[in-house]
Design a protein around this ligand. Structure first.
Ligand code: CA
Ligand code: CA
Length: 243
């Protein structure tokens, strides 16, 4: 009898262990699906779980921004992601606690709304990017960048609402450790109507450069053997067209 109980207990532990493992999707399923850099404190990041099961963030996964890789925190100073669960296919919207009501009230009721620190609350550990900071999902144990948007030092995102584009063939977008502006569509400043809903913009094909070495002009050809370049007339007529 005793051994039967033990066996059942062991079995149920094994089963619950398997269920727990299956219940947690991989971090690689989590993408940044929308970025809001609006007026004042209207800042938000929408994350979407593209997997089919739920995912809970451990303490070593952080949402970071800026060239200093600042951890974005709760108003109380905790890692904004730690312990946060996103159901399969669902989104969470993380937004600045000082954002306008127009932003917070726009978040879809089906999504989880998470309040992040304002600058007054956590200074550089708040959700206070201003368009010249990258934002990324980082594993601080392995220093892995799972997904990122933007670059540091140029104003690529000021006054913009950027939604992730679908992949080729309308496929679900996947994480990228490097930023490509062609992966995002801008909807303008203070546009909040898709927060909390994972709507992907249309895939945009990147046209590769077709510059080839054998069609280029060499320096010797430009200089020529006389005092004036043999290409001078061509350059002057080109300038006329441009001006
Ligand atoms: Ca900045
Ligand atoms: Ca959205």
């Amino acid at each position: 009898m005793m051994s039967n109980i033990l066996k059942k207990t062991t079995l149920s532990l094994v089963i619950s262990g398997i269920l727990a493992a299956n219940a947690n999707a991989a971090i690689t399923d989590i993408i940044i699906s929308e970025y809001v850099e609006g007026s004042g404190d209207n800042k938000a990041i929408e994350l979407t779980n593209t997997g089919s099961s739920s995912y809970t963030f451990p303490s070593n996964i952080e949402l970071q921004y800026s060239s200093y890789d600042n951890q974005i925190r709760t108003p109380d100073g905790d890692n904004i992601l730690e312990g946060l669960t996103i159901a399969g296919g669902a989104t969470v919207v993380i937004y600045n606690s000082a954002a306008d009501a127009a932003l917070s009230e726009s978040i879809a009721s089906s999504a989880t709304a998470v309040i992040a620190a304002s600058y007054d609350e956590q200074s550089y550990y708040s959700l206070s990017f201003n368009g010249d900071d990258h934002v990324a999902i980082i594993d601080t144990d392995t220093n892995t960048t799972y997904d990122t948007i933007g670059t540091d030092g140029t104003y690529w995102g000021s006054g913009q609402t950027l939604r992730r584009r679908a992949g080729e063939g309308d496929s679900t977008p996947v994480q990228s450790s490097t930023y490509s502006s062609s992966d995002w569509e801008d909807f303008g400043e203070d546009v909040f109507d898709d927060l909390g809903t994972a709507t992907y913009s249309e895939y945009e094909e990147v046209v590769a450069s077709t510059c080839s070495l054998d069609t280029q002009t060499t320096i010797a050809e430009i200089q020529g053997s006389d005092s004036a370049s043999p290409l001078l007339a061509a350059v002057l007529s080109l300038l006329k067209v441009i001006m």
